[in-house]
Design a protein around this ligand. Structure first.
Ligand SMILES: [Zn+2]
Length: 408
């Protein structure tokens, strides 16, 4: 029992047109014209295979193929929106593989007791309206709906998410939201967005959970002065102190578990003028690991800093954090078994990035399937997953949905 490679390829090609940048990628902001065109194509195709499509009050879409029995549905899907100049696989592949699995079930007349619902989440990227994973977050009670409706668009001044929602034609009723009563399980397929699966020649990532993370902002405060007149011993150079701090962080964090990843991705220097000694430098530290114990060790390193580095005061504060999320072990095992059945090489993995499924797990049994990203590239136009990998992912998803259907 397999999906169709040709159909998979055609789906990827067709949906890559919505927001095509002409350079191999897409810009498809949530609820933009391009995103609405992708939604219309989704609805058309799902209705063509007999699905009933409804939307909820956050414009999340649910396309359901009825089952033989009146049971809670099995859900699969992801998001259709992208970052600016993003790729053709992030998010959308989870929708397309779920569509392909559903189409295979219908066309091959595969019996199933549960309804199968393909879900599309609104505004996962947060590229146009912050925050990321907005609509799954509202449904799970992580975000306040009114605050989200007021979220301002980054591309049109004064335009809010609520206004875009009203104008979209996809705003439905709150009663259509996914709830624990309506859902047997949820499976989200996604590209890995990292290099591990490709490097290890693995076909399928069996996702056990999502790494916990912390994000801290550090500030070094020194004294501004003239670059030509202040002798070196008199200086309190905040940028030099920040460089020392970052170097120290790297040296210490490298001693921790090898799976720890950490990044200083943002830095600001004041006044940022070549003739002035910097008096204030801010930088961030993002650290991620699946084991909360390792995250604790990162914190201990941060807390062990002296208050003064190279004569500059060091302060820091937590910007935000996320606890490690563990997916439903039974579902994780089903994905593993499904991959084995096709003879695909699977590997257990934790996700570094956040995904809608990580919010949904608070509400319903959930797990994820990863497929390789070539070169680990994502959120860019060269993001690529060969169609054979997409096809293998669709097969594992199909088998997983059917196993859930048999056992639940
Ligand atoms: Zn995504």
């Amino acid at each position: 029992m397999t999906c169709s490679l040709e159909r998979m390829e055609e789906k990827i090609k067709t949906f890559s047109k919505f927001g095509d940048t002409g350079r191999g990628g897409i810009t498809r902001f949530s609820l933009s014209e391009e995103a609405l065109a992708a939604r219309a194509e989704f609805v058309k195709r799902m209705e063509a295979i007999g699905a009933i499509v409804v939307t909820d009050d956050m414009a999340n879409m649910y396309a359901t193929i009825p089952g033989e029995e009146d049971l809670p549905a099995i859900y699969s899907g992801s998001h259709m929106d992208s970052v600016r100049q993003g790729g053709n696989y992030d998010g959308i592949l989870g929708v397309l593989t779920a569509m392909e699995a559903a189409e295979t079930i219908v066309k091959e007349k595969i019996p199933h007791r549960h309804p199968i619902t393909v879900v599309v989440w609104t505004n996962e990227e947060g590229a146009r309206f912050e925050p990321a994973m907005m609509s799954s977050g509202v449904i799970c009670g992580k975000f306040d709906k009114d605050t989200m409706l007021a979220s301002a668009a980054k591309d049109i001044p004064g335009y809010t998410f609520g206004e875009a929602l009203d104008a979209s034609g996809y705003k439905g009723e709150e009663k259509n939201r996914i709830t624990p009563e309506k859902c047997t399980a949820l499976v989200e397929l996604h590209i890995e967005q990292g290099p591990v699966l490709e490097a290890e020649k693995v076909d399928i990532g069996i996702v056990e959970g999502v790494c916990g993370m912390i994000n801290y902002e550090f500030t070094l405060s020194g004294q501004a002065g003239h670059a030509g007149t202040t002798p070196m011993p008199y200086r309190r150079d905040a940028l030099y102190a920040a460089a020392k701090t970052i170097q120290y962080l790297h040296d210490e964090l490298d001693k921790l578990d090898k799976k720890l990843v950490y990044t200083t991705g943002k830095i600001s220097c004041h006044p940022n003028i070549h003739t002035i000694i910097p008096d204030e430098v801010k930088f961030t530290l993002d650290a991620r690991h699946q084991d909360p114990e390792v995250i604790k060790q990162v914190l201990e390193i941060i807390e062990s800093f002296p208050p003064v580095i190279e004569k500059c005061e060091l302060t820091y504060e937590k910007a935000w954090s996320r606890n490690t999320v563990t997916f439903t072990p039974e579902l994780v095992s089903i994905v593993e078994k499904s991959a084995k059945e096709y003879g695909y090489l699977g590997r257990r993995i934790y996700s570094g990035p956040g995904h809608d499924a990580q919010f949904m797990i608070d509400m319903v049994p959930a797990t994820m399937i990863f497929v390789p990203s070539i070169g680990g590239h994502s959120h860019c136009e060269i993001e690529y997953t060969p169609v054979e990998n997409c096809y293998k992912g669709a097969n594992v998803l199909l088998r997983t949905l059917l196993y859930i259907d048999e056992t639940k």
